[in-house]
Structures are given as structure tokens and as C-alpha cells.
Design a protein around this ligand. Structure first.
Ligand SMILES: [Cu+2]
Length: 224
């Protein structure tokens, strides 16, 4: 191989590395942890307020019931989205929300799914079931241009933030009892920030979602 071709390969390698690092840098990464334990927090919703950026189109989502639990436990949707509530249990559920962002009340029989509910007001809808006290779920209705929910490692990667600094806020179901408050970052977020957020949770973790023995007998009686 000649000296010239060695040089050429070197330049190509440099170009490739430069390109790779600039692509990798175009993402902000946020890790959310529990301040008391340091454990990563899944199901934290991260909102970034990017003024002027287009907002995501409304979508159609589903929160189904199986084994007397809601799935998913936390959803985040853009304002104007519709959510349906299919019952995949053999028993009845009576799903409601009294939250200002979405007040509704649905009596759910198997295979009989009512029309989806429209969520056009930003905020958090806390869902419950009149029959099963332990059933709880949350729908975060967002008007932000960018939102995401943390994965099992407590992380979100925001790959399409515009340049500049943006307001950052984080919500988690265990932040406080009304489930309506957000943690606001004192520092704005840049498009390449790698940020750790540690939340002080005041609501204890719900233990087993297993229905009580009495509840199980009741469910069994209902399914007969
Ligand atoms: Cu129920």
C-alpha cells in the first residue's frame, strides 16, 4: 500500500469518527431516580417545553383491564387523544376518573367496550375501579412538544430536541398524593444535556396488586 492511500484511509476514519460523535451528541439523556434509595424510577413522565416546535398529533390508545389491574399503569398521550378501556377479564369493572382533565364513568362488561374517551385538557387523569379498590392507573395528558416515559433503567433519550434551552419538568405517580404536581427543573435543558433528576417521593409504593381473599370471592361470585 502506498503512503497516499494510508493517508486517505486515515482521513476517512477521522471523518467517520467525527460524524459519529456529532450524531451521538444530538440527544439529551435524563435519568430519574428515587432520592431516598437511589433506585431508578420507571414510569416517570418527562416533559420538555420546546416553544414553537410542532406538537405530536393526537393518538388512539388503550388501557385494558386484566387480572383486576390496569395495563398500562401509566400512559402519556398528547392532548386531543382518545383512550378506550377494554375489559379483558371475565368479571365486571367499573372504571372512573374524577380528575378535571377527564371526568368519566364506564360500566365495563366483558367484550363490551364503550366508545373511547376524549382527553383534550392537559393534566393527569387518575383512574380507579368502583368494584376493585386496589385498581389504579394514570393517564398523563400532555400539551408539550416533547414528552417521554422513563424505561426500567429510569432513563429517557430525547433525540429530536431543537437547539437552545428548554423548560424541563418530571412527573411520577408517587410524587405526591393528589398525583397532579410536577417536579420543575431549576435549570433549563439543552439539546445535548445528560441530566440526573432525583425525586423525593411522598407516596409509598403500593404493595401487591393481588386482590384480597374477600375480593377474590366477590370476583368469583360475579363471574358465575
Ligand atoms: Cu375492577
Amino acid at each position: 500500500m502506498t503512503r497516499v492511500s494510508h493517508l486517505r484511509i486515515g482521513c476517512l476514519l477521522l471523518l467517520a469518527t467525527g460524524l459519529c460523535s456529532s450524531l451521538a451528541a444530538q440527544a439529551a439523556r435524563i435519568t430519574v431516580t428515587d432520592a431516598a434509595t437511589g433506585e431508578p424510577l420507571t414510569e416517570a413522565v418527562v416533559e420538555v417545553d420546546t416553544e414553537g416546535a410542532p406538537k405530536p398529533a393526537p393518538s388512539s390508545e388503550e388501557v385494558y383491564q386484566r387480572n383486576a389491574a390496569f395495563h398500562p399503569h401509566v400512559s402519556v398521550v398528547s392532548a386531543g387523544s382518545r383512550v378506550s378501556f377494554p375489559n379483558r377479564d371475565n368479571t365486571r369493572h367499573h372504571v372512573y376518573s374524577f380528575s378535571p382533565t377527564g371526568v368519566f364513568d364506564l360500566n365495563l362488561f366483558q367484550q363490551d367496550t364503550p366508545p373511547p374517551v376524549l382527553f383534550d385538557t392537559p393534566g393527569i387523569a387518575v383512574l380507579g375501579c368502583n368494584i376493585h379498590d386496589q385498581m389504579q392507573a394514570f393517564i398523563v395528558v400532555s400539551e408539550a412538544a416533547t414528552f417521554a416515559m422513563t424505561d426500567e433503567y429510569g432513563q429517557v433519550n430525547l433525540t429530536d430536541l431543537p437547539p437552545g434551552e428548554h423548560r424541563l419538568r418530571v412527573w411520577h405517580p408517587r410524587l405526591e398524593e393528589t398525583h397532579q404536581q410536577w417536579w420543575e427543573s431549576p435549570q433549563p435543558l439543552g439539546e445535548t444535556d445528560v441530566r440526573s433528576v432525583s425525586l423525593s417521593l411522598s407516596v409509598p409504593a403500593k404493595t401487591a396488586a393481588e386482590p384480597s381473599a374477600l375480593q377474590q370471592r366477590f370476583n368469583h361470585a360475579l363471574s358465575q
